[in-house]
Ligand binder design. Structure first.
Ligand code: IVH
Length: 684
């Protein structure tokens, strides 16, 4: 075959395969056998290998073409990726409709859609070719997961028909219930932990480093919103049809509603109908149909005023409480866990539920053997919300909370005013030690990503590390070849894990590199109760060194803005223990920073005494970054505007009510540039 013929055949094959792919994954209609499809794909692969100059980025062979990504690039969204305000009652939907009609002064048409419970994604197409796929992130910036998204067959690599030069479209990536169950069965069989629910499974999959693994997972995607302006449609509904014409998978379960009755009909139908779907939805989204009216309504800082989400009430099922077990957390807090007779809830099998603490157990009066009601809340672990006392047996015994730690048998304590029981054996209780080690290596602390939960467990189980300072005494030969057998949850399958050369080398390298971690993070990494990331940064910036912190009294500590008595006491008590001072000394000897380095000490008190309200979306920093800078430079963040506010730092889409209040009180409104200028030292 000559070059010209090869080029033509490649183009033909791409077109053909794209068409079959579209029919199968978007239209759910099979137009070719799997075998024939593979045959054509192989032919295309061979031709592209022979004539790489004709390889196109929208070729079906490129779905799994990407190399593993070490860390995803953060990219800024062209249009902020906002969320929807949630409502839970009919009245709130009525209020929404009234609000809209009042603002617009006209009757409205709404589009009702399903609210898919997955991961939001923004897709960009340039000249009809998928160029970027970004997760929501904080709404301003997200992760570039393009290589992973390309593996999802229902997402077109190339648009169909008459597409615009540039378009951005948003939707939800999800995993079907069938796909989720199958994946979990496979994971169990190979000794891996099950995913808790389809949403976690979809979001975990999307963040995997290797697109080949992503390709093997059954992800799917519905598209529901085109933020790009100036396209050839004037209503949201037309926008959906347009998206469908471009080759996107758009749900058929959409209704154009002329009035609220029709909206409620849709809601009620799907509250029942969702049982029969092969994916999870957690509510209904109601959107104003006219794009012009959407524009008139505008946005608040967080969400559009032209749409709301109506969330379904959590599904509730009845099952039996077989046993209560107790888990010990990193801080020593004890969590009671209900072990249940397995029951289906929202498409997944539930075997465990949280019981939170002794008060909850007492107020529910829940006993072993009881028939209990289990509900899925927003959290991963479902919760017990009640007991069917009619089914209680006469000989049931009231539950009494344990008094000894289930891990180390130390008597538990419960501080006045606190709900949780604690095991005080901080330095001798295995889950607490492991938890502290895991916290220490975490991303926001020492950021040692060559170590993880499993590896920490292995090092601890082999007696190589008992506290964080032992980590830096590890040598390559200590860890090479360490082995561990991991049992899966079903208790049948086992998997052997062992540290090979590369792993051992990476661990040592990671530890070495972590010695450059700045002091504020080291302080946070120690995992002292109540010393979170921001507090650690404040303390480190105020006292400059660990030695100064050790010397500080409670009075000295509370002098620092926003450091209260609880934090101060916790730090003083921690630093008063000789074993902790020994850890600090050993970490210092290993080369960790125990003081602010001159180069980092750019913090100053430039903003001392100034109070800020930060609102809206910013160009070059996320809202949290801006708040961090305010902290770092000695200022104070508050959430509501009052006479005491020094500045309102306003980004895009700041709420009009806030603006009006600031103006009324005569508080200066500054933008991001003004603020950055404020903290930039003057050139001298
Ligand atoms: S529209 C500007 N439609 O729910 C509004 N969102 O809490 C754009 N979601 O971030 C969102 N199904 O991840 C829209 N049919 C649907 C949806 C939907 C699920 C998600 C989406 C969004 C979140 C809002």
């Amino acid at each position: 075959m000559n070059r010209e013929e090869a080029k033509k055949r490649i183009q033909d094959l791409i077109k053909k395969l794209q068409e079959h792919n579209y029919n199968y994954y978007v239209k759910s209609a099979s137009t070719i056998s799997d075998q024939e499809f593979d045959f054509l794909l192989k032919e295309l692969e061979a031709l592209e290998d022979g004539f790489p100059e004709f390889r196109q980025s929208d070729s079906p062979t490129q779905r799994v073409g990407g190399e593993p990504t070490k860390s995803f690039k953060t990219v800024r969204h062209t249009y902020p990726m906002l969320s929807l305000s949630n409502t839970y009652t009919e009245q709130e939907v009525i209020d929404f409709d009234e609000r809209c009609r009042k603002l617009l002064g006209s009757d409205l048409e709404y589009v009702c859609e399903l609210k898919y419970d997955g991961v939001a994604i923004g897709l960009r197409y340039e000249d009809g070719v998928l160029s970027q796929a970004v997760t929501r992130g904080d709404g301003v910036e997200g992760d570039d997961v393009t290589n992973n998204v390309k593996t999802i067959h229902s997402i077109p690599l190339k648009l169909r028909g008459d597409y615009p030069e540039e378009i951005e479209i948003r939707g939800e990536i999800f995993m079907s219930l069938k796909g989720f169950e199958k994946l979990n069965e496979e994971r169990l069989a190979s000794g891996e932990a099950r995913f808790a629910n389809p949403r976690n499974s979809a979001s975990g999959t999307l963040k995997m480093q290797d697109p080949k693994i992503v390709a093997s997972r059954p992800l799917d995607c519905y598209l529901y919103f085109i933020p790009s302006p100036g396209l050839n449609f004037t209503t949201h509904y037309e926008g959906l049809m347009y998206a469908h014409q471009l080759g996107f998978k758009v749900s058929k379960n959409v209704a154009l509603c002329k009035n609220l009755d029709q909206v409620f009909e849709f809601i009620n139908d799907w509250d029942v109908g969702r049982q029969s779907l092969d994916y999870e939805i957690d509510g209904i989204v109601i959107k104003v149909n006219s794009l012009q009216l959407q524009k008139n309504l505008g946005f608040t800082a967080k969400s559009p005023r032209w749409a709301i989400a109506y969330k379904f009430k959590a599904e509730k099922v009845e099952t039996f409480l077989e046993e209560i077990t107790y888990q010990v957390g990193r801080t020593g807090a004890i969590t009671p866990v209900a072990n249940l007779s397995p029951v289906q809830l929202g498409g997944t099998t539930v075997k465990r539920a949280s019981l939170h603490n002794a008060d909850i157990i007492e107020s529910l009066d829940v006993r072993i053997g009881d028939a209990v009601y289990v509900e899925k809340g927003g959290e991963i672990i479902p919760k017990i919300v009640g007991v069917n006392k009619a089914k209680r047996s006469d000989d049931s015994i009231p539950t009494s909370f344990i008094s000894l730690c289930p891990e180390c048998a130390t008597p538990l304590i419960r501080k006045e005013g606190e709900a949780a029981h604690f095991c005080p054996n901080e330095s001798g209780c295995p889950p607490q030690i492991k938890g502290k080690l895991e916290h220490f290596i975490g991303r926001k602390a020492m950021n040692i990503d060559s170590l993880g939960e499993g590896k920490i467990e292995m090092l601890y189980d082999h007696g190589l590390v008992k506290n964080v300072s032992d980590l830096y005494n590890l040598s390559y030969s200590d860890i090479l070849g360490l082995e561990k057998t991991i049992k899966s949850q079903d208790g049948i399958t086992e998997k052997k894990l062992s540290f090979q050369e590369k792993t051992a080398e990476n661990i040592i390298k990671g530890l070495e590199a972590s010695k450059n971690t700045p002091f504020p993070k080291v302080l946070f990494a120690l995992g002292i109760r109540h010393i979170g990331e921001t507090v650690a940064r404040k303390l480190a910036n105020s006292f400059k060194s660990m030695d100064k912190l050790v010397e500080a009294s409670i009075d000295d500590l509370v002098e620092v803005d926003e450091i209260g008595i609880k934090i101060a006491e916790s730090l003083v008590v921690w630093l008063d223990k000789p074993e902790h001072i020994e850890i600090i000394d050993r970490l210092r000897e290993s080369g960790l920073h125990m003081e602010i380095q001159a180069s980092e000490d750019q913090s100053s008190d430039i903003l001392q005494g100034k109070t800020f309200v930060v609102s809206g979306i910013f160009q070059t920093h996320s809202r949290d970054e801006i708040k961090g800078l305010i902290d770092q430079y000695g200022g104070k963040n508050t959430s509501s505007i009052s006479k005491k506010t020094s500045f309102v730092l306003a980004g895009e889409n700041m709420g009009p009510a806030k603006l009006a209040k600031a103006e009324k009180l005569g508080i200066p409104i500054i933008n991001e540039d003004d603020f950055l200028e404020m903290i930039t030292p003057e050139a001298s």
